[in-house]
Write a protein that binds this ligand. Sequence first.
Ligand code: S6P
Ligand code: ZN
Length: 191
Amino acid sequence: MKNHLSIKEPVFNIDYSNGEIKGRDVINPVKKLKDLSGIFEDMQVFSKLDGEEIIYEVQAILPVKEGLEGGLFYGKTTILPGRVGTEYYMTKGHFHQKADRAEFYWGIQGKGMLLLMDKDRNCWAEKMYPGSLHYIDGYIAHRTVNTGDTKLSFGACWPSDTGHNYQEIIDNGFSSRIKEVDGKPQLIPTK
Ligand code: S6P
Ligand code: ZN
């Protein structure tokens, strides 16, 4: 067989200042406030806000078909700064569909918290900042929260057969929430 020697440019590039991915076939789902109904605790405040406001954006590279075993997916999430009442802007959060699949997160810009919850609904949080690195074990629900006044961006890498279980969080939520109390972020039990 003929060996085609060649040196190629990488398929993707990352801007280290904000995590932005450049390359082919990068998908870019956007979550607006209206997509996050039932996620924030204060429904009254939520209902008065502009549903068209963007809360977070994801850029993701899915090089193989979703569900295929053995591949990896890569994503960058940016959460805007803001709050619904005292609760900071955050992602929907999920367990993994194949619940034993783990994931890495790492902080890129801004500051926030990674909210984690095990199957027994015990919650804890890890601080996120540029350079923070987080191993999210299987069976652990995860949600990210922007506790700063600038954008929070973080990277993620997870197996391509992971899938996402959002329903469990829509039905039962997290047992704790990150709210601003006395001017600083605190982990508060859900009402
Ligand atoms: C995927 C990974 C992230 C999130 C993203 C948005 O396993 O955890 O890319 O999808 O941060 O959060 P969510 O909860 O809306 O999927
Ligand atoms: Zn995940």
